[in-house]
Design a binder for this molecule. Structure first.
Ligand code: SF4
Ligand code: SF4
Length: 192
């Protein structure tokens, strides 16, 4: 099976980035600031990296003055994904420059290098990757549908198969297909 890098990361057309800087200026995460600090103090790598780069805005009203649309959109998406919490905080990167270039590009963190790190990443409205991410999601959905069809065919094949060795092989393939489908469960693969 192709790796995450081969499947997704290396295929992202970086030229789609409009260098608007929104993803560095208006950022929110599904953890409260206190939780993040606690995670960082316990050595959680993602939290340590995040807090090295990002600092919170004093209030949502402050962020709204900068980019009301991005705030509304992030809250709407987080509510849809069930990761919104009352008093959600927004952050901005310490290194984003007024011309939207990264002040530590050569030394940026993996989280920046990988952004948007999955086809389900929540990107700001108008982000150059929006359309591409949509197609990547559709591609995955199509594969999952194909795998579901294969599962049905295997089910029929099993009914016709008497040989124990062959049955075992079919079951192994079934398990592999089911694992692939379950991998996308949190994105709704049961309903695709
Ligand atoms: S929001 Fe999208 S288009 Fe804008 S800088 Fe970030 S990745 Fe590029
Ligand atoms: S380090 Fe650079 S790429 Fe990463 S969030 Fe900050 S400005 Fe953006």
């Amino acid at each position: 099976m192709a790796s995450y890098e081969e499947n997704y990361l290396n295929k992202r057309p970086q030229s789609l980035c409009k260098m608007c800087g929104r993803c560095c200026r208006i950022v929110s995460v599904p953890y409260k600031y206190e939780e993040l600090k606690k995670m960082a103090s316990e050595g959680h790598e993602g939290a340590v990296d995040f807090l090295e780069l990002f600092e919170p805005y004093d209030s949502v009203e402050d962020v709204r003055k900068i980019d009301n649309e991005a705030v509304d959109y992030a809250i709407k998406m987080h509510k849809t994904d069930g990761i919104y919490y009352e008093g959600e905080k927004f952050y901005h990167c310490r290194f984003i420059q007024p011309d939207n270039l990264c002040g530590r590009y050569q030394d940026r963190k993996t989280l920046c290098e990988h952004y948007p790190s999955t086809p389900w990443a929540i990107v700001p409205p108008g982000c150059g990757f929006e359309g591409w991410l949509f197609w990547k999601r559709e591609e995955i959905k199509q594969n999952v549908r194909k795998e579901k069809e294969e599962l049905l065919e295997l089910k029929l094949l099993k009914k016709r198969t008497k040989d124990a060795e062959t049955l075992k092989k079919i079951e192994l393939v079934e398990q592999k297909l089911q694992r692939n489908i379950d991998m996308y469960k949190k994105y709704g693969s049961e309903n695709w």
